[in-house]
Each structure stands twice: as C-alpha cells, then as structure tokens.
Design a protein around this ligand. Structure first.
Ligand SMILES: *Cc1c(COP(=O)(O)O)cnc(C)c1O
Length: 400
C-alpha cells in the first residue's frame, strides 16, 4: 500500500490521485468555484457545525446505534456481526445526513431554490424533507421511467411540497436526471443551489458529500471501541454512488488493520448490461464531471445497468472509491439480486429488521465473510436504510 498521507482529502483541484476533478463545460466552472469557496468557509465555521449537529440530533435522530446481530452471527458462524443502524434515521436512510448538510449550506449562501436529481426517489424525498425543515423551495428532476417505477416516492415528494420535473431524454433514468439538473443549475445559478445526492459529480461534491456522511464512521468507530474494546476486523457497505460506504469507511481509513469492503450490485449476473458494478467490471472514464470507473462499451458509450435495488443502479461511482481501490486500501466485490433477497429474508426473520435491498447486498457479503474469520473478530455492516420501500417488490418475487 502507498503512503496514507493523501487519504481523506482531495487536492486543490478536487483530485483523488488521478480521479475526480471538474470535467464540466466552461459555464459551470464559476458556480463550482463559488460553491467550493462557500463550503470551505462554512465547513470551518463553528456556528455552522453547531447548527448542523443540532439538526442531525433533533431532526434526523443521530447518533444511530450499532446493534450486535446475535442470531445472524450464530447463523453465519464466525465473526460477530454488528449493524450500524442508519435505517433508524428520519426518512429511513442515511441520505438525510447529506441533504441537511447541503440544505443548510444553501441557506447560508442565500439561495432560496434547491434543485436535485433522484433515481429511486429516496434522495428526492430526503431533499424535500430537508428543504421543508429549512424553509427552502425544492424542485426534483426524475426520469419518467423512474417516476413510473417509483410512484410512491413521487407522491411523497409532492406531499412534502416539492415540484417534480419528469425527464424524458436518454434512458429516462437517473443519469439523465443528473444531466437535466446540471442544465437547470447553469441557467439559474443566481438563486439556485444544486443538491447532489451522492459522492459523485464534479469537485467539490465528492468531498462535501463525503464529509457530511463521515459522521457515520466517526460514530461507528467510537461505538465499537466502547462495545468490543478493539477495532473491527472488517467494515462492509453497499456501493451505489458510494456515499454511505465512504461515510463509514472514513472512520477507519487510517486503521490499516481494518479491512474495508464495498459491495456492488451483481444484478442478475455479471454479463453485459445485467449488473451495476463499475469498480468490479468497469473501466476508467469520464461521466457527470468526474474521472472514475464507469460501465461503458468499447466506444465509451454508457452501458445500461440492472439491479433489484434502484439505489445501486448507477453506471459510475464516486472518484474517491476509484482512488482507494487503486492504492489497495479498499476492496470491491459483488452480490447478486438473489443474494440480496436471501439476506433480506434472513435479517427479517432472524433479527426482526427489514433492510433496504441496497444494504441487503452488504449483509449478504458480511455473512459469507464472517465464516472466514475468528469468533473474537467483529464486522460492522452499514445498514444504510430500511426495507419498507421494497416490500412491494419483494412480495412480487415471493408471493408466499
Ligand atoms: C441511495 C441509497 C444507497 C446508495 O447510495 P450511496 O450513495 O452508494 O450510499 C444505498 N442504500 C440506501 C438505503 C439508499 O437509499
């Protein structure tokens, strides 16, 4: 492994090694610079930090506990499995950590209008919630195909007072919604803040979203030391854009003995177009303003993706993951749709906790990993969200 001195920060141009950066049209350079300057200023401002901590505690429900999953552990046979309970947060997932942080920043920057993209609708809902709480107007871009598939979340956004704009270009899904949101931002940058949903996009988003999510890892490290008296052997998290995983990894980045595993969506199988695993099966390229691993064909056209979990269904990944993989600090694996469904049933029936299908991928991998480790070891799995949103989908799969 190379020196750890660069871990945990991007350089001035927002690069993690050769990954990240700002591969954007000229017109976006100025808004991004203004945003980076504002973020640098407020992230060091004690009153901003205090205000955000207050929202996270009293509105979102932090700190979340770690829970020793005793019956899951016995069933797997091996290392102790702990769950970091981000599913207990307001809205049911880790996304509120980021939306509260950025909405507060938007407010401090004097913006009144917040725009966001959403795929499954989870980030759109979390954005709408944070905007209501902070008195901002929210407008959400969503692919028309996704709106059809995730109707419940469209209603939730509307009930929370957000406007939802259907996007009919391209594949009518998340990547097209991001393009549309970026277009809106360029046109309306004067009064508009673009609230991006994961550790992706041009600098400063990967760093900023990472910082807002790193509260997960900070808490988890403190909690496991208190409970176990030592660090875990491994930390496991699912990787869509990469925000819940980078958030928990960051607490342990400099603990060289803690193995960090990111679990990508293996989808139906690992053949072309049937998965969503850019780190395991993609190539380096540029998408949405960043250099990173991307699922693309020989001509560099973006490949279609497939996963049972809408939150993991994205053809690229945050650039910091690409960097951490390149220096060997993190490892990436895949679990299939069937693995995730199996883990959903296991956790529901052994622990009375229904995980979202995204972290079900991580649970599945952790149970396999546990078998290879000693009983004195522990593993922390980031339970990034709860499964209520997926119940319909699962009921269709298992009618009994
Ligand atoms: C959105 C979502 C994800 C995927 O996003 P990341 O940025 O990779 O964290 C994972 N889990 C849940 C519950 C989500 O809602």
């Amino acid at each position: 492994m190379k020196s750890l001195t660069r871990l945990g920060s991007a350089d001035g141009a927002g690069k993690f090694g050769k990954y990240g950066g700002q591969y954007v049209p000229e017109t976006l350079m100025e808004p991004l610079k203004t945003l980076a300057d504002a973020y640098r200023h407020f992230s060091r401002d004690p009153s901003f930090k205090k205000e955000l901590a207050n929202w996270l505690e009293h509105y979102a429900g932090r700190p979340t506990p770690i829970y020793f999953a005793g019956r899951l552990t016995d069933n797997a046979g091996g290392a102790k499995i702990y769950l970091k309970r981000e599913d207990l947060l307001h809205g049911g997932a880790h996304k509120i950590n980021n939306t509260l942080g950025q909405a507060l920043l938007a407010k401090k920057m004097g913006k009144r209008r917040v725009i966001a993209e959403t795929g499954a609708g989870q980030h759109g809902v979390a954005t709408a919630m944070a905007c209501v709480a902070l008195g901002l107007a929210a407008e959400i871009y969503m692919g028309s195909e996704d709106m059809e598939r995730q109707r419940l979340n469209v209603y939730r956004m509307k009930m929370l007072g957000a406007r939802v704009h259907p996007v009919d270009s391209g594949s009518k899904t998340l990547k097209d919604a991001i393009n549309e949101a970026l277009r809106d931002w360029v046109t309306n940058v004067e009064d508009t803040y673009y609230l991006l949903g994961s550790v992706v996009g041009p600098h400063p988003y990967p760093t900023m979203v990472r910082d807002f999510q790193s509260v997960i890892g900070k808490e988890a490290r403190r909690q496991i030391l208190k409970q176990e008296g030592k660090l875990p052997r491994s930390v496991v998290a699912c990787v869509g854009g990469g925000s819940n995983s980078i958030g928990i990894f960051h607490g342990f980045l400099n603990d060289a003995d803690v193995n960090l595993y990111g679990v990508e969506a293996g989808g139906h199988d690992m053949s072309r177009g049937k998965h969503a695993a850019p780190l395991v099966a993609g190539r380096e390229g540029v998408l949405h303003g960043m250099m990173t691993y991307v699922l693309q064909n020989a001509e560099g056209q973006i490949e279609s993706t497939e996963s049972i979990s809408a939150g993991l269904d994205y053809p690229a990944v945050g650039p910091e993951h690409s960097y951490l993989m390149s220096i060997g600090r993190t490892k990436y694996v895949t679990q299939t749709d069937m693995d995730a469904l199996h883990a959903f049933n296991q956790l529901s029936q052994l622990e009375g906790i229904m995980p979202a299908l995204e972290p079900a991928h991580a649970i599945s991998y952790a149970t396999k990993l546990a078998k290879t480790l000693e009983k004195e070891d522990s593993i922390i799995v980031n339970l990034s969200g709860r499964g209520d949103k997926d119940v319909d989908r699962i009921a269709k799969q298992f009618p009994q």
